[in-house]
Design a binder for this molecule. Structure first.
Ligand code: 2P0
Length: 349
């Protein structure tokens, strides 16, 4: 008997950013965050997990290269928790094959370059959790599984859901209420699209994990951000509910700007944006200014993660104008020249 399961998970792009942990071991954030899950066609991680009696130890390969599963580390924690759930089911149901005690071989692939500066830990850890949930036929809900994905990489908890997803910071010390939930399915606002502008595919200088902890420890401005984010979470959810792109875009750009401001406020300062990123901001501002001058609404909204690459959100009708402007001022052939639709989360058993 072969006990094996494969699952893929998409990338998500936050519009309210996660930046800071109040508990680094459990990965509990200093603020709630909200993201849009992209479709799986271009950017996804696919993971196959196999349990076998003959395996002497758990092993994991990422894009063909073996990674160490460190005792007490993030991967180890995710595997341990999911295995414990399987063992619990096996103790309750006699008919279940006793595979919980078997060691695992796990192979994960990204269909995009890991070093492209695009979030790969989110899709990677979500795919790992989804594949083990499928292998173990776990009855836990998506939100319960998101609690495990969170301990692999914070942003991964959001990739288990499709459409618009909130990661609630929670209050419990043990992290039991720090999990992801759907705000609206992708069908709610299919007109919203995302364009990814790859400014640089160099590996980032400061990792998110190290960068956000430095911000927590040194940035006075972060305290002001933590005061502001809760209302932003409410306001952007209302904008999504109403499919109000003006409000959605305004909050998205404000939150991206504030996230990069707390990075700059960190000692030593963290610079993720470069001159090209800032030129893209200027271009979006100009498109929006020209539209407002004619009595129109926002054309597009930008957001930047822990790197120089831009993600532009726009209603489908505006995308041709946005793409033409990007191609005119940044005339290199883009690998991701087509806009993304919103996607569904990782499939679960
Ligand atoms: C986000 N980022 O909300 C924010 C915006 C980067 C900028 O989530 O330490 O890779 O693994 O929990 O999830 C990047 O943080 O960090 C991130 P860990 P993660 O998408």
């Amino acid at each position: 008997m072969v006990y094996e399961a494969t699952a893929s998970a998409p990338v998500n792009i936050a519009v309210i950013k996660y930046w800071g942990k109040r508990d680094t071991k459990l990965i509990l954030p200093t603020n709630s965050s909200l993201s849009v899950t992209l479709d799986q066609d271009h950017l996804r991680s696919t993971t196959t997990s196999r349990a076998d009696e003959s395996f002497p130890e758990d092993r994991l390969w990422l894009n063909g290269k073996e990674e160490v599963i460190k005792e007490g580390g993030r991967l180890h924690t995710c595997i341990k928790e999911l295995r414990a759930w399987r063992l619990e089911e096996e103790s309750k149901q006699d008919s279940l094959p006793k595979i919980g005690k078997f060691k695992l071989h796990i192979a994960s692939y990204n269909n995009f370059p890991t070093a492209a500066g695009l979030a790969s830990s989110a899709s990677g850890l979500a795919a790992l959790v989804a594949s083990l949930a499928a292998l173990y036929e776990l009855p836990q809900s998506r939100s319960e599984l998101s609690r495990i994905a969170r301990q692999g990489s914070g942003s991964a908890c959001r990739s288990l859901f499709g459409g618009f997803v909130a990661w609630r910071e929670g209050e419990a010390k043990d992290g039991s209420d720090s999990l992801a939930e759907e705000v609206a399915p992708r069908e709610h606002w299919p007109d919203l699209q995302a364009l990814i502008c790859v400014v640089s595919d160099a590996k980032k200088g400061t990792s998110s994990t190290a960068g956000m902890q430095a911000t927590v420890e040194t940035s006075p401005l972060l305290q002001e951000r933590l005061r502001i984010v809760p209302q932003r979470m409410v306001d952007i959810s209302t904008a999504i509910e109403a499919r109000d792109f003006d409000e959605f875009g305004r909050i998205t750009m404000a939150d991206s700007n504030q996230f990069h401001a707390v990075c700059l406020d960190t000692a030593p300062p963290i610079f993720y944006l470069n001159d090209t990123s800032r030129a893209i901001i200027a271009l979006v501002q100009e498109l929006n200014r020209a539209s407002a001058a004619n009595g129109g609404g926002l054309v597009a909204a930008y957001t930047f993660d822990a790197g120089p690459n831009a993600v532009l959100y726009a209603p489908a009708a505006n995308m041709p104008v946005v793409i033409a402007a990007v191609n005119k001022y940044f005339p290199q052939a883009g690998e991701f020249a087509d806009p993304f639709q919103m996607g569904t989360g990782a499939p679960l058993p």
